[in-house]
Design a protein around this ligand. Structure first.
Ligand SMILES: [Ca+2]
Ligand SMILES: [Ca+2]
Length: 606
């Protein structure tokens, strides 16, 4: 990478949109100190509001009370009980500091055990614009025309592999998003990301604004940016399912990992020359992998269902904006669903030279969502019957309540189909769907008797699970009116924005003046010295996972070392691809929750 290239591809307008990298070194705390962790984005006035105190060593004198002061220094809550809640991770003791009583918009600080918290924001508009912030990262991940690089990347996609009929054929499948900091592309995650952004817009349209055009370049185009981004995904999905006989699942494979380049310079060589064509894997219904490692694919339905749901919802939302586009989506959604019915089973992602792939084991969730969205689109009763029947086959996504799972074994991380059925059904199935979510939430909450109220397993991409739990709890509350899980819902959300042992927001640049990842695992941020605003990183993992991954090593002293002494670890270090790599699907998934919170805040001010 040369500075000349940086200058030519990053015009001032885009540089203005991203802040320079601040120094990531932070002073280490006194090992006996108490730290107070808060949600740095803020709290809605009606929220349950809890800050968490974390003492790295058991204090000689227990912390028993806390005070809250407003921005003028006036004490507004005095001598409230600090509830000792046991050890968690690096914290020898945790304290729950509940300041829900404060409902007035403003900025506050908490004093406890001789320390003061970061500034706490209470504001009905705390989440305004937050979902749009995530879209900066989605635009940065675009394949095809990329607005950050101002050029088209991965233009030679691709050549079909692993298909006895079509191997060696060239198919135009350029587009979509790079999955993470490598440049592999999967329908599994991209169709889910597309669906999530569409659903976020459908349910909370006013949470999104219009400041970028179809290409993702600055400038309004009359379309909310979330729909511009979803359309970029839908157009790619149409290319990946061009005929009823060709359902493609993946572009590139882990040979990508030999180089740590920015996308315009991707040097990967799949046998057709450096930076040339990349392989395109179809769903075949059989185990796949060109070299040492094979996946365990059994069918096509997990991918087919995802095509169907994203395209069906896309057809509904683009019906008036672009009838011809919507009509294509509708026809392809129906065809995709038929492929899934004819070929039950999972279409996993393929690896070649390393053992890591998305080991998805469920497909009924995907077919349920596909059927539910096709029912919403067509009102054909058989789709609703199918959806309800698929739902009964997996009422609870199996990671919920478990201590571990394989990588993306139960994907998507929550079953969006239950909510889709509830939305469009008028009879007894509504109550059944509410019960399904309640069962899953109950299982996670049973594991959450700790100071942070966290019950998810800390497997790879734990932030995906945290987002999923909070989203399901939100949906359950909306569907049932029951607030039983609201404390846990809020705790999961607050964890993502700083109420965690590291005191770190897990979304880059959110909030703008907060503590968030500054050294993510990304060639783009390293080479171009830009901030990947909006990217949700993977999040903490069990220490045992971090220690057993291949080729992982920190690149500098751990600024969070004092908090990496427990059973889970998180490193703000480019070298840690297990906890600090931004992830496209997790980022898109969070757009639903953040748009919901913005809408909730707006409602309370009416
Ligand atoms: Ca726009
Ligand atoms: Ca699935």
């Amino acid at each position: 990478m040369t500075s000349a290239l940086v200058r030519t591809i990053l015009p001032g307008a885009l540089l203005a949109a991203v802040a320079p990298l601040p120094a990531h070194a932070l002073p280490l705390p006194d090992s006996t100190a108490l730290v107070i962790r808060v949600n740095q984005v803020g709290y809605l006035p009606t929220d349950i509001k809890v800050a968490v105190g974390c003492a790295l060593q058991k204090p000689q004198t227990p912390v028993s009370t806390f005070d809250v002061r407003d921005a003028s220094g006036r004490t507004v809550l005095a001598k409230r009980p600090a509830v000792a809640s046991g050890p968690f991770g690096p914290c020898a003791e945790t304290y729950r500091l509940d300041f829900s009583k404060i409902t007035r918009t403003g900025r506050y600080t908490i004093d406890a055990g001789g320390v003061t918290s970061p500034t706490i924001r209470i504001d009905p508009h705390a989440y305004d614009g937050a979902a749009d912030t995530l879209l900066y990262y989605m635009r940065e991940q675009r394949s095809g025309y990329n607005p950050v690089f101002k050029t088209t990347v991965h233009t030679h996609d691709g050549i079909v592999v692993d298909d006895s009929l079509r191997a060696g054929w060239f198919r135009v499948v350029t587009g979509g998003w790079a999955d993470a900091s490598d440049y592999l592309q999967y329908v599994t995650t991209s169709a889910t990301a597309t669906y999530d952004m569409l659903a976020a817009y459908r349910d909370h349209p006013r949470a999104f604004s219009d400041a970028f055009d179809t290409n993702g370049d600055p400038g309004r185009n009359g379309t909310p940016d979330v729909l511009d981004e979803a359309r970029h995904g839908l157009e790619w999905l149409l290319r990946m399912f061009p005929t009823d006989a060709e359902m493609y699942n993946q572009i590139a494979d882990d040979r990508d990992h030999r180089y740590f380049d920015i996308p315009p310079n991707d040097s990967s060589d799949y046998g057709w020359g450096k930076g040339r064509e990349r392989p395109v894997y179809p769903c075949t219904g059989k185990p796949q992998g060109l070299f040492k490692y094979k996946n365990r694919s059994t069918g096509k339905a997990s991918t087919a269902g995802k095509f169907a749901s994203a395209m069906a919802l896309g057809a509904a939302l683009f019906r008036t904006r672009d009838p011809a586009f919507a009509d294509s989506l509708r026809r392809r959604a129906i065809a995709a669903y038929s492929v899934g019915v004819a070929s039950p089973g999972v279409c996993q992602t393929a690896s070649s030279v390393s053992p890591y792939f998305y080991e998805e084991e469920n497909y009924v969730d995907d077919m349920e969502l596909g059927a539910a969205e096709l029912y919403a689109l067509t009102h054909k009763a058989s789709y609703l019957r199918d959806a309800v029947a698929y739902a009964a086959r997996e009422p609870v996504t199996p990671w919920m309540g478990a201590d571990t799972a394989r990588h993306y074994e139960w994907y998507p991380f929550h079953n969006r189909g239950h909510y889709a059925i509830w939305r469009d059904e008028n009879g007894g199935a509504r109550r059944t769907m509410i019960g399904y979510y309640r069962d899953g939430l109950t299982r996670v909450v049973a594991r959450a008797h700790n100071g942070f109220r966290i019950g998810i397993p800390f497997i790879w991409c734990s932030n995906d699970l945290m987002t999923s739990f909070a989203t399901q709890a939100y949906l359950y509350r909306k569907m049932s009116g029951d607030r039983s899980f609201v404390e846990y819902e809020t705790a999961a959300r607050d964890w993502l924005f700083g109420a965690n042992p590291w005191g770190q927001s897990m979304v880059i640049g959110l909030p703008e003046n907060g503590r968030y990842p500054h050294d993510p695992h990304s060639a783009v941020s390293r080479e171009l010295h830009i901030q990947l605003t909006g990217g949700l990183v993977d999040g903490p993992v069990y220490r045992s996972i971090f220690q057993n991954l291949k080729g992982i090593a920190l690149t500098h002293a751990d600024s969070l070392a004092a908090f990496n002494t427990g059973f889970i670890v998180y490193h703000d270090d480019l070298g840690d691809y297990s906890t600090n790599e931004p992830i496209m699907d997790g980022t898109a998934s969070l757009s639903y929750l953040l748009s919901a919170l913005a809408a909730d805040g707006t409602r309370t001010t009416r």
